[in-house]
Each structure stands twice: as C-alpha cells, then as structure tokens.
Design a protein around this ligand. Structure first.
Ligand code: ADP
Length: 448
C-alpha cells in the first residue's frame, strides 16, 4: 500500500513542485525586469538554484538573455525559431498569459517541462520569458526510490509476517491449554485447573473459567445433596406407610383398636410426606422468583393472637408454655399467608428444639412508629456458633437434629426467602445450652 501510494504520488507531487518553482522564478524575473533591479548574476543564480534554463526574448524575437543550465540538452536552446514562436503564441492565447507544458526531447530521450510567460502588457508584450527544465533527475531518482521503497516494503512484509506468526503462536499456546481444560470441564471434572499464563487476557479468561467451574461444582454438589436428601426424606415416611399398611392387612385388620392406631401412623406419615412435598414446592417457587407477594395492611398483634389459639391444644396436651409479649396493636404491610408460614416455621422450630422447660417466648417490640421486631425465643439447647451461618441454608440440619427431631430442613430457608421477598431483616442469636432467638423485622409501608 505504502509503495503504491508512494509511486502514484511521487511524479505528480514533483511536477506540482516544479510548476511552483517556475512560477516563483518567473515572478522574480519579471519583477526584476520591470523595476530594473535584475542583473545577469541574479539570473544565473536563479537558474542554478532552480536547475532551469532561462531565455528572455524581446517582442521581435531577439534574444536578450540566455542561460543553458543543461549543457546543450535544453529544449529552448535547441529548437528552431518557429517552435519558439508557436510557444509564444500559446502563452498569448492562454487566459493567464502562461503556457506550461511537458515536451519530450527526443534527441536526448528525456522529458522536459516548458514554461512560457509574457513580459509586460498582454496585448502589447515587451517580450517573453522561457523557462525550461528536464524531468530526467526525477525519472532516474523515481526508479531508485521506487526500488528502494519496494525493498523496504518486502522487508517489512516479511518482518510483519514473522512477528504475526510468533505472536499467534504465543497466544495460541495458552488458548490451546484453556481449550483442553475446558474439554475436561465439559466431561464433568469440575476440579480442572485453567492455565492461561503468557497473556493478561488469557490469564483473566483462565481465572474466569476457573471461577465458573467452581460455581458449577457448587451447584452440582447442591443438586446431588438435594436429590439425596429429598429421596431419603421421601423414603422414610413411605417405608412407614407401607409397613403399617401391611400390618393392617395381615395383623390388625380385625382388631379395631390396633387398626386405628396403625392407620393413624399411616395418616401422620402421609401428612409428613405432603408437608415435605409442599415445602419443596414452596421453596422452589420462592427461589425461582415466580412468587408475587399479596401485600395487605393488618394488625400483626391480633394475627399472632389468633395464631396462638391453634397452639392451645399443644400446650394443654403436651405442657408447652407460650409466653407472649406484645403491644396493643401494630399495623404492618405484608403478605399475610407468607408471614404465617414464617411464624409457623419459627414457632414450630422453637417447640421442637426447646427442651425440658417447654417454654417458648413470642415478642413483638415496636422500634419506631412503623417498624417492629418480632422475636421467637426458646430455652432449648441452642445452636453452635459454626452452625449459625449456615442455619438458613436449605437442607441444613445440625448433626443432632438429623437424628432426633422430625423436620425437612427446609423451614428456615423458606423463612429466609419470604423475608428477602418482603425486604425485611431477619436473623438468629443463640447460646449453646441456653436457647435461641430467631428474629425478624416487620414494617408498615406508608404511602409516599
Ligand atoms: P428442620 O425441619 O430440620 O427444623 P429448619 O430449616 O427449620 O429445618 O431448621 C434447620 C436446622 O436449624 C434444624 O435442623 C436445627 O438443627 C436448627 N434449628 C432450627 N431452629 C432451631 C432452634 N430453635 N433451636 C435449635 N436449633 C434449631
């Protein structure tokens, strides 16, 4: 490209520069002639500096000054009078009084440039100025320059190809390594290492892929755990249901007391099963974000009171004590059904884990006009510090809970999702051997 542009512009530029030189020289000579300041010396200097032949004729065609710069190769000094007359005529006929052309000098096999201009008045000229130069230096230097530039071009091209090849190989190496690791990742090995060293971009790519692999691994473990937990939790009540159904069929069918007992177990286990399935469905709906809240304004104090009515049987039959501390009234904005789920889960957990004293405290504490904190406290065994961070994760159950208490391990993650959906803060404080307090904040949204 560079070579083509160079070759294409060289001749044109050179000729344009020559034309300018002619104009300047002609202007200088004509001015000098009109004010009489010109000398033979200045003319000669001008001819030397601009490398041109000069011929000045008077109006009759007599030579006034002549200087042959090109050692006999000058066109104006080697042509006949008729030709010079013709050039003069051309200058007279041209609109600006200048005749400018390229003429080949066949005798010397060169191209010359001719510049003819009128001295004095155009209609009544005092004389004519002929300037003439050869394009020979241009032609020979053009050949040299073009070859030179072509050589440089070829050299640069080879260099460019070489550098590109080396660069391509350098980038290719880490990319090939990353592709190989990605293939391993694709085949299911999430512990694969990505090596992208060599380039900043490939290093970032490798780090990003490694991060993605770790995230996929996490999701994969979670999925495995989920399937294992769900199938385990489904199998336990199913086994019980089957066993008791068989017992009713084979043994207790005719004994109404035993039969009722066994059928009750079947009903209880079926309830557990449907609770589990409902919890799983709830959680997946909440986590997928497809659940929309139906916000209403209601009195949480009154609501908790109604709710506590349902625990009456539990306290009468099993000796649980529910100690409630609430203001007269506190209006909040929430989804009443979802808030019920939260309260049920937390109170049920408190009941399940409260231990010997069988005491559960429920508090509603106003924090400001529109904000209150709800606390559900038990006096059970408490939760170990290291378990506190993970307690709201789905399927997380502390070691002890796994064996002792019936539960799905989904309750607290449902609480978490519902609180997140409402934008309410929530948390837990616990001391081992003393008890736990699960809390959340509720708010009344005032129109703004
Ligand atoms: P679960 O159905 O097992 O109760 P949750 O998600 O409700 O599932 O609770 C997760 C785990 O948190 C429980 O298995 C238990 O180990 C622990 N936990 C929850 N509430 C309490 C509490 N009040 N006291 C002690 N441990 C609790």
């Amino acid at each position: 490209m560079m070579w083509i542009l160079f070759v294409a512009s060289l001749g044109t530029n050179y000729k344009a520069m020559k034309a300018m030189q002619f104009n300047n020289a002609a202007e200088q000579i004509k001015n000098g002639l009109s004010d009489g300041a010109i000398t033979v010396q200045t003319l000669e200097n001008l001819a030397y500096n601009s490398e041109m032949c000069v011929l000045i004729q008077n109006r009759f065609g007599d030579t006034i000054y002549s200087f042959d710069m090109m050692a006999g190769k000058c066109l104006i000094h080697n042509t006949n009078t008729f030709a010079l007359l013709a050039y003069r005529q051309n200058a007279i006929e041209s609109p600006d009084g200048i005749y400018y052309t390229e003429i080949p000098n066949r005798r010397f096999n060169i191209t010359t440039m001719l510049y003819v201009t009128i001295i004095g008045d155009r209609t009544n000229p005092d004389g004519f100025l002929f300037l003439n130069t050869s394009l020979e230096p241009l032609e020979s230097s053009e050949r040299i320059i073009v070859t030179q530039v072509m050589l440089i071009g070829i050299l640069l091209l080879i260099l460019g190809i070489g550098i590109s090849y080396i660069l391509a190989r350098l980038i290719e190496a880490p990319i090939t390594r990353i592709i190989k690791s990605a293939e391993i990742l694709g085949s299911g090995d999430f512990n694969v290492q990505f090596d992208g060293h060599g380039y900043a971009e490939t290093e970032i790519l490798a780090e990003t892929l490694e991060y993605s692999a770790k995230e996929i691994a996490k999701v994969d473990t979670l999925k495995r755990d989920l399937i294992a937990n769900v199938s385990h939790d489904l199998r336990t009540p199913l086994t019980m249901i089957k066993a008791y159904a068989e017992m009713v069929r084979d043994l207790s069918g005719d004994n109404p007391k035993k039969r009722a007992e066994h059928i009750n177990v079947i009903i209880d286990e079926s309830d557990r099963l449907s609770d589990l399935v409902n919890d799983i469905l709830d959680l997946s709906k909440l986590e997928s974000g497809s659940q929309k809240l139906k916000l209403t304004e209601f009195d949480i104090v009154e609501h908790i009171r109604t709710l506590m009515g349902r625990y009456k049987l539990l306290s009468e039959k099993n000796g649980y004590k529910f100690i409630v501390s609430m203001p007269e009234k506190f209006m909040i904005t929430a989804d009443i059904i979802k808030l019920d789920q939260v309260l049920y889960n937390l109170i049920n957990n408190a009941v399940n884990y409260t231990g010997e004293s069988k005491e559960v405290y429920i508090c509603v504490m106003p924090e400001s006009e529109n904000k209150a904190r709800v606390e559900i406290t038990d006096t059970g065994r408490g939760i170990k510090e290291e378990d506190l961070a993970t307690i709201f994760e789905r399927y997380y159950r502390t070691e002890k809970a796994k064996r002792e208490v019936i539960g799905t391990g989904l309750g607290l993650s449902i609480v978490k999702e519902i609180m997140k959906l409402h934008g309410f803060k929530y948390g837990v404080m616990s001391e081992v051997g003393v008890g736990s307090t699960f809390w959340f904040e509720v708010e009344r949204k005032t129109e703004s």
